[in-house]
Design a protein around this ligand. Structure first.
Ligand SMILES: NC(=O)C1=CN([C@@H]2O[C@H](COP(=O)(O)OP(=O)(O)OC[C@H]3O[C@@H](n4cnc5c(N)ncnc54)[C@H](OP(=O)(O)O)[C@@H]3O)[C@@H](O)[C@H]2O)C=CC1
Ligand SMILES: CC(=O)N[C@@H](CCC(=O)OP(=O)(O)O)C(=O)O
Length: 312
């Protein structure tokens, strides 16, 4: 029999997609609670402590509660999809390509990265750590997400009001992903992050514009591209994207679900400016795909088992 996996929040957007990726796999035995008991603290406590792995697909408060229901002696290993433990002590950040596969494989507590943070960290962390971009620069990050990134409530909002063409938010800055973006990239200053939602169900584009000629100690675009390509050479999930046709990058509303992430380095011909761009699925590498990748590693399996990795 496979390892038991309890999904707390199994009927939510992220939970359903994790269950889909685990369904039919003999290495795991899925445990969920029925409708009458799924929010019952006693039933959740029992399921959490009985499972080999618990995957929390809950709002932050409910995720904190789930952790408080765990008996440390139970040995249950946890993956939390919420923001609650991303920079918390004792938690491993579930981005194996960046923190190391062994760190995730051996962890008891793994915090799944935020969707926007996944794109930002994939682009910047290797470059800043290698000294190809400065750690003390005030970076900006512009991003758009499909509305499933906001879970059931935002899905309902966009489906009820098809007239919304663009929704800017976090207008007072300080979006909840900023602390993990700053910490994982070892940045001295918090990035200025401007997220927005577009009327597509899934998919996202995360961009870091770089005024290279104004930045002290910044490498040129070719060196940035070469370093990212080498850094992710061993990954089937994070890839360098192919050059867009006709000079445009499109996010299609009909995009199929994907657990891959494609990175691009676009640059001015004279190398004075560049745009680092990550294209991913908020429900794929941005949430459920990332959780399954970490779960695979924690269970000692091939990290890509059960993932949806389309050709470029
Ligand atoms: N959607 C995305 O693209 C991403 C989501 N995440 C994170 O993943 C987590 C889940 O998000 P998402 O799936 O989108 O959200 P949803 O709102 O779609 O689902 C959350 C689920 O949790 C259930 N729930 C709430 N409180 C409790 C409780 N006390 N006990 C048991 N179940 C509870 C909800 O129940 P009910 O159905 O009754 O409301 C709902 O089914 C969040 O922390 C989110 O920020 C992270 C990255 C990307
Ligand atoms: C479009 C949208 O609303 N996106 C969510 C982030 C989704 C995500 O990554 O969730 P957690 O960090 O909560 O786990 C937001 O900006 O709050």
């Amino acid at each position: 029999m496979g390892s038991s996996v309890f999904i707390d929040g199994a009927v939510g957007t992220t939970g359903l997609e994790i269950a889909e990726r685990l369904g039919g796999r003999s290495e795991f035995e899925l445990v969920t609670l029925d409708e009458a008991r799924r929010k019952d603290a006693g039933a959740r406590r029992e399921a959490l402590n009985d499972a080999d792995f618990a995957v929390l697909c809950l709002p932050d408060e409910a995720a904190r509660e789930a952790v408080s229901l765990l008996d440390p002696a139970s040995g249950t290993r946890v993956i939390d999809a919420s923001t609650a433990h991303r920079v918390a002590e004792g938690w491993t950040y579930g981005f194996p390509e960046v923190v190391g596969r062994e760190a995730v494989a051996g962890a008891m507590r793994v915090s799944n990265p935020g969707c926007y943070s996944t794109g930002f960290i994939a682009l910047l962390a290797p470059l800043v750590r290698a000294g190809l971009l400065p750690a003390d620069w005030p970076y900006t990050c512009n991003a758009v997400s499909g509305y499933s990134g906001g879970g059931k409530n935002l899905i309902a909002r966009f489906e009820d009001d098809p007239d919304i063409a663009w929704r800017g938010y976090a207008l007072a800055l300080g979006h909840k992903h900023v602390p993990e973006m700053q910490a994982l990239c070892a940045l001295e200053k918090a990035p200025l992050f401007t997220p927005a939602v577009v009327p597509a169900h899934r998919g996202m584009v995360v961009e870091v514009p770089l005024p290279l000629s104004a930045m002290p100690a910044a490498a040129g675009p070719d060196a940035l591209h070469a370093h990212l390509a080498a850094f992710y050479a061993g990954s089937a999930v994070v890839r360098m994207g192919s050059a867009p046709q006709d000079g445009e990058l499109l996010l299609r509303g009909s995009r199929a679900p994907s657990d891959a992430m494609d990175l691009h380095v676009f640059a001015a011909a004279d190398g004075s400016q560049a745009r680092l761009v990550a294209v991913l699925d908020n429900l794929g590498k941005g949430a459920s795909g990332a959780a399954v990748q970490s779960l695979n590693l924690m269970a000692g399996l091939d990290e890509t088992a059960g993932l949806r990795l389309p050709k470029k």
